[in-house]
Ligand binder design. Structure first.
Ligand SMILES: [Zn+2]
Length: 180
């Protein structure tokens, strides 16, 4: 089957054939579950517990797949992506506790951000549901009522539900992950 996983490249990478910007690569070596991985993620399942695996970058622009990258895996953790095997070997030998902590910190921040996003969306949708019920039951649905505190601004829009959903779009800046 044509299933694969995607690995996001964190370093700016250009196609060696045509110069196009490459942001990710696809691999069939990680279980082919359509997962998205970044450096610092545990790869499940990993073809090696600790070691280096090679992969080709496919350029969507010129369709070249000549470029080789070296992925370093330490205890199933993707620790780096390198364009030469010497750097990859050096990375593997130099993994230390502070590297692991920084990966842990990023995952903790990400988990908290998604948890906050979910809570906010849930609260807003709950209030919108109450607003709709109140309206259906013929109660005076005052936009400024404290019952709809979280969605006052959205209720002023022609389509409040669309406005709530748009505000929770994953691309909305408000929710960008804090940078180190
Ligand atoms: Zn190219």
């Amino acid at each position: 089957m044509g299933m694969f996983d995607t690995i996001l490249l964190e370093k700016v990478t250009h196609c060696t054939a045509c110069g196009a910007l490459i942001e990710s690569l696809q691999t069939k070596q990680f279980g082919q579950h359509l997962e998205e991985y970044r450096i610092g993620d545990i790869v499940e399942p990993s073809p090696v517990i600790t070691g280096i695996i090679t992969e080709q970058i496919f350029c969507p622009k010129c369709r070249s797949s000549e470029q080789t990258v070296y992925l370093t895996i330490w205890q199933s953790l993707l620790t780096g992506i390198y364009d030469n095997v010497e750097s990859a070997e050096k990375d593997l030998l130099g993994i230390d506790r502070s590297d692991l902590l920084s990966h842990l910190l990023r995952h903790q921040r990400s988990e908290r951000m998604w948890s906050r996003r979910f809570e906010k969306l849930y609260n807003e949708l709950t209030q919108y549901h109450e607003y709709e019920q109140d309206t259906t039951e013929g109660k005076a649905a005052d936009h400024a009522s404290l019952r709809y505190l979280h969605i006052t601004e959205h209720l002023k829009q022609p389509d409040p539900l669309a406005s709530i959903l748009e505000n929770h779009n994953a691309d909305t800046e408000e929710f960008f992950e804090p940078q180190d």
